[in-house]
Ligand binder design. Structure first.
Ligand code: GDP
Ligand code: PGA
Ligand code: MN
Length: 603
């Protein structure tokens, strides 16, 4: 079904918007962020002086800081995230919805006086290189210096953006407060926040309002709130795609270059895959982006992609020399760490950085860590914030405003069973079906029960700013358009997390994923054989040297085992999931499910 066109919001005056909010929030002062290193330095210094962050030992980690959050403000709060469209059905069954005027009224109450005793920072930011055709602008108001510092790393901020906005460019207002006003004489805490949290999006007027949290995805509004939730609505209306995807370039031993975008749910391996060091000699991977990709059909008839961000907000635990050496090398300095452990020598540590924990750690809560406690020293969702330019594998042209042409799209997830290591979609429509029906085990990136299997279509469940059924339809339409110009990318599904009966991961992952990537590239080049299965095409016997990856014949077989009964049970579950969308679901998705059942031998 075609999306109803959104009413276009009038371009609001920046100064009026700020004045209104100063009056409502009553900050002590207003500070404009100009994007200079000197201003950021001064701000970080002030935060250290005030005890909000800890400066790490510059001998080990120059110009780096540790922030410890409130223990109740450590992850995205999906239950408190709302799409406030005019009509509830436009938010769809997978989003929380609130009527926009009622939501605004409630927020006005919460925001009244919310910045008393604090500074309001005005932060103009650009997603994508300033002036790029695909780039979009926003302005965030916030009372959190931590958010200002994080946004300054994650996006392009300051005067260059402000000039564009002053010259009439459209921009998205993003209002944020930690919701912890200070009364005269009241002592502040290191990480102010509020037990009441609201992360609200107004798709028709393209506005974001966030209250009560300073944690990344809830507060760094350029990222999930703008570049995914609001941008997905812009993309629907303007004919492009805003996706929860990493972006990489892979060069084969013959020097041919391929560009791949891959959607995995939060904490399912995007950053690691974007920084892959292939176990296969002669294959080079360059990083273009690690979390968000904007894709648009280009004048050349192909899908072109940019990374709208300028930094990485990565998961620390599990990042070590043996898993992601590129990330470890990226983090040598100029990094803000959040909720990792502190070493006695003033450096940081987290589970997986080294095989054994150093002595004398202070845990993420700021208390001496007892290894015997069974509790991790770093929070499972502890993070690093670092500029993309600092990554040794970053492509020289990573911020080219024209982007790169996409050869393949990959969908992934964390699945102990049923999903093979790699599958090639039969065509775009089948690829959209694979994306639409992704299920993945829950991680620490958001509040919820760890390990629980949930549907996460296109890894966008928490990030799609409109009705997910319309979103499936939009993907199908983009494919139809690309087919006319011969620019349809191939589509794959991967699963690094399949387990054996004994609960062990069957595939070593990380650098060995380079073997799977090589097969994908050889398929695109028309050079690798595949075998047909009911779920799609898989590598033909002998095309991936799994023994060299240390995988036994039995485990390899298990990685691709088709369990008809289990897959049919999953098809029933898919049916129930799709029922939620009613008649808004595109016909093609049901057709694909019927095709799968047929191929699985169901009559
Ligand atoms: P992102 O949030 O999607 O960017 O995910 P990350 O790349 O940060 O990875 C999240 C977690 O999954 C980390 O603990 C990684 O060590 C782990 N991980 C990433 N890739 C693999 C893999 O190929 N195999 C296994 N077993 N774990 C992985
Ligand atoms: P991620 O994003 O969980 O997708 O890595 C970070 C966040 O928004 O919390
Ligand atoms: Mn990541």
């Amino acid at each position: 079904m075609a999306a109803s066109p959104a009413p276009v919001a009038p371009v609001r005056s920046l100064d009026d918007w700020i004045d209104e909010n100063v009056e409502l929030l009553q900050p002590d002062r207003v500070v404009w962020i100009d994007g200079s290193r000197a201003q950021l330095d001064a701000l970080l210094h002030e935060m250290v002086e005030e005890g909000r962050i800890i400066r790490l030992n510059p001998e080990h980690r120059p110009y780096s800081f540790l922030a410890r959050s409130d223990p109740d403000d450590v992850a995205r709060v999906e239950a408190r995230t709302f799409i406030c469209s005019e009509q509830e059905h436009d938010a769809g069954p997978t989003n929380n919805w609130r009527e926009p005027e009622a939501m605004r009224a409630e927020l006005r109450g919460l925001f009244a006086g919310a910045m008393r005793g604090r500074t309001m920072y005005v932060l103009p930011f650009s997603m994508g290189p300033v002036g790029g055709a695909l780039s979009r602008y926003g302005v965030q108001l916030t009372d959190s210096a931590y958010v200002v510092a994080s946004m300054s790393i994650m996006t392009r901020v300051g005067d260059a953006v402000l000039d564009r906005i002053r010259a009439g460019a459209r921009w998205v207002p993003a209002l944020h407060s930690v919701g912890a006003p200070l009364e005269p004489g009241q002592e502040d805490v290191a990480w102010p926040s509020n037990p009441v949290k609201y992360i609200c999006h107004f798709p028709e007027t393209r506005e974001i309002i966030s209250f009560g949290s300073a944690y990344g995805g809830n507060a760094i509004l350029a990222k999930k709130s703008f570049a995914l939730r609001i941008a997905s609505v812009m993309a629907r209306d303007e004919g492009w795609l805003a996706e929860h995807m990493l972006l990489l370039r892979v060069t084969d031993p013959r020097g041919r270059r391929f560009h791949i975008a891959a959607a995995f749910p939060s904490a399912c391996g995007k950053t690691n895959f974007a920084m892959l060091r292939s176990a296969l000699p002669g294959w080079e991977v360059e990083t273009l982006g690690d979390d968000i990709t904007w894709l648009a059909p280009g004048s050349d008839g192909r899908l072109r992609a940019i990374n709208p961000e300028a930094g990485f907000f990565g998961v620390a635990p599990g990042t070590g020399r043996d898993t992601n050496p590129t990330a470890v090398d990226t983090l040598w300095g100029n990094t803000i760490f959040t909720n990792v452990a502190l070493r006695p020598d003033g450096d940081v540590w987290w589970e997986g950085l080294t095989a054994t924990a150093p002595e004398g750690l202070i845990d993420w809560r700021g208390e001496p860590w007892d290894a015997a406690s069974g509790r991790p020293a770093a929070h499972p969702n502890s993070r690093f914030t670092v500029a993309a330019s600092q990554c040794p594998s970053i492509a020289a042209d990573w911020d080219d405003p024209n982007g790169v042409p996409i050869d393949a799209i990959i969908f992934g997830g964390r699945r102990a069973g049923n999903v093979p290591l790699v599958v090639e979609a039969r065509d775009w429509e089948h690829g959209v079906f694979l994306g639409a029906t992704i299920a993945s085990e829950r991680t620490a990136a958001a509040e919820g029960t760890l390990g629980e299997l949930r549907r996460d279509p296109f890894a966008m469940l928490p990030f799609c700013g409109y009705n997910m059924a319309d979103y499936f339809g939009h993907w199908l339409e983009v494919g139809t358009r690309l087919r006319r110009t011969g620019g349809v990318p191939a589509v794959y599904q991967v699963n690094w997390f399949r387990k054996g009966a004994d609960g062990r991961w069957l595939w070593p992952g990380f650098g060995e994923n380079g073997r799977v990537l090589a097969w994908i590239v050889e398929r695109i080049a028309g050079e690798a054989p595949a075998s047909d299965t009911p779920v799609g095409k898989v590598p033909a016997v002998g095309t991936i040297d799994y023994r060299a990856a240390g995988v036994s014949d039995a485990d390899w077989e298990e990685l691709f085992r088709i369990d008809e009964a289990a897959l049919l049970a999953e098809a029933d579950d898919t049916d129930a999931f799709l029922d939620r969308f009613g008649d808004r679901l595109p016909e093609a998705i049901r057709r694909q499910l019927a095709g799968l059942r047929e191929r699985l031998g169901e009559r």
